[in-house]
Design a protein around this ligand. Sequence first.
Ligand code: S3P
Length: 171
Amino acid sequence: MKIVLVGYMGSGKTTIGKLLAKKLKISFLDLDEVIEERLEDSISNIFNGKGEIFFRKKEHEYLNDVLSQKNNFILSTGGGTPCYSGNMDTMLELADYVFYLKISIPGLVKRLIFEKEHRPLIKNIDDGDLPEFIGKHLFERNNFYLKANHIIECDNKDPEALVAEIQGLLA
Ligand code: S3P
C-alpha cells in the first residue's frame, strides 16, 4: 500500500507518518529527507543557495521517483509539495491514499512559532505577523490540500488517535 500525507508545515506529517508506518509495518519516507540526502545539503541551504525554483524542481523529480517505486511506503511530503508542478494529481494517481492532515490557523501558529528557524519560508516572519501569513498562505494552498482522498481534522488529537483514525479509513 502506498500512502501519502500532505498538509501545511507543522501539521505533524512526519510524526504521524513514522507512527503509522510502524503500525502497518511498512517503510517510512520523508520527501524533505530524500531531497537532503540526494543533494547532500539541508533544505535551508538549498533554499538559500540555489533558490526555491531549484528546490521545487528537485522536489518534483524525487517525488516522481518515490511514487514510481514498487515497494509499499508511507510518504510524508513537504508543506508545499502538493501545490507545484501537478504534484497533487500525480500523488492521487499513483498512491492508494492521500491524507490531508488539517490543523486550524491558531493550532499551526502555536506549533510553528517555536519551529521557525529551519523553515526558510517563515524564518524571517515576525511572530506577531505569523497568524496573518499562515492564514493567507493556507488560503492559497487549500485548493490543493482539499483534493486529498481524506481530510483528517488534527486539532486537539494526539498522534495515537490520529493514526487509529487513519487506519480505520484504510480498506
Ligand atoms: C515547505 C515545507 C517544508 C520544506 C520546505 C518548503 C513549504 O516541509 O519542504 O521548507 O513550502 O511549505 P515541512 O512541511 O515538512 O516543514
